[in-house]
Design a protein around this ligand. Structure first.
Ligand code: FRU
Length: 319
């Protein structure tokens, strides 16, 4: 990003001074927020940025800058460094992974910039606020649903394929742990794969599932840590002519993705993981208004299956 400067005339002095870029927005009476997004290739991230821009557009006193980490930790660290140099008023970060983004988060905090962490965490709690879904709760909902699909508590039986999100992220671990709180109680449930990192990507979901299909004749349920991976697994099963033999569960619940796939019967259910974009903007502005903000905001979830997918599509103008 190019560092911009603003020429202005210092009031009453007739003197022209050069304002550093970070002060530019303030000179115009605006707050300047920098948002470091991890990537824009995933649909959920695209929605996230949209939600954020839509909320920001409602506030005349805000300039929102969004950088794209291109799904690489080094790029995202450089983006955050850039926002620190620009002295943004609020820094919002949705990290690629926890460990790699912790150092630069601390650097921003040390520079006196309030930091709001969104969706995936970092390995410190010195930030001003965290906003995101509760992934353990979401994992539990998926686990409970899986047990029901496989025969109900105490009787559930079947072979399960689990496709992990990025191993370096807390949401993947939380989604795993919550799920297993339910499924591990069932002696009839067997897990077919060792931990397989699908890095949240549809193509990786497809590849992991293709390998699983070759190795196992009987697969009853696939749990993808997000909808793109669950859908990738569905496509792999379909290509092998076996998609009708098994159920697919995902997470995210974007109307034009997960909800649509559920509606079409490709996924059996998905669990809503709302983007924290709009809330992030609102909370940053509260902070600028001098209000105290909570350390943690947890966004709600819901189960989306055949019973409500159609209504959600209608509400979103997709039907
Ligand atoms: C997008 C995404 C979502 C997922 C979230 C977890 O990058 O993979 O699909 O719910 O990140 O952090």
């Amino acid at each position: 990003m190019k560092r911009r400067t603003l020429l202005t005339v210092a009031a009453g002095t007739g003197m022209t001074v050069l304002l550093p870029a970070g002060w530019q927005a303030r000179a115009a009476g605006k707050y300047r927020f920098g948002f470091s997004q991890v990537t824009t290739v995933e649909p959920w991230r695209v929605q996230f940025n949209k939600d954020m821009r839509k909320e920001a557009a409602k506030h005349d006193n805000l300039e929102l800058l969004i950088s794209d980490g291109q799904d690489r930790t080094e790029k995202q660290v450089a983006d955050v460094e850039n926002f620190i140099v620009q002295k943004v008023d609020v820094l919002l970060i949705s990290p690629k992974e926890s460990a790699g983004l912790t150092g630069v988060t601390l650097k921003a905090i040390d520079a006196g910039i309030p930091v709001i962490i969104l969706d995936r965490n970092v390995d410190t709690d010195k930030y001003t606020q965290f906003i995101g879904g509760d992934n353990v709760v979401i994992g539990r909902a998926a686990g409970e649903y899986a047990v029901k699909l496989l025969g109900g508590p105490g009787k559930a039986a079947g072979n399960v394929v689990e496709i992990w999100g990025g191993m370096g992220t807390q949401p993947a671990h939380d989604r795993h742990n919550g799920f297993h709180e339910f499924t591990d109680k069932e002696p009839g449930i067997k897990y077919l794969l060792d931990r397989q990192d699908g890095d949240w990507k549809q193509q990786k979901g497809y590849d992991i599932m293709s390998t699983a299909l070759k190795a196992h004749d009987k697969i009853d349920l696939v749990y993808g840590h997000n909808d793109p991976m669950a859908y990738g697994a569905y496509l792999a099963a379909k290509d092998a002519g076996r998609e009708k033999d098994m159920k697919f569960l995902g997470i995210d619940g974007l109307p034009d993705e997960g909800v649509t796939w559920v509606y079409k019967g490709q996924l059996t259910a998905t669990f809503l993981y709302p983007t924290p974009g709009a809330e992030g903007v609102r909370q940053g502005l509260k902070l600028m208004a001098g209000e105290k903000i909570e350390k943690k905001i947890t966004l709600p979830t819901m189960t989306i299956d055949k019973s409500n997918a159609g209504d959600i599509l209608k509400q979103n103008g997709l039907m």
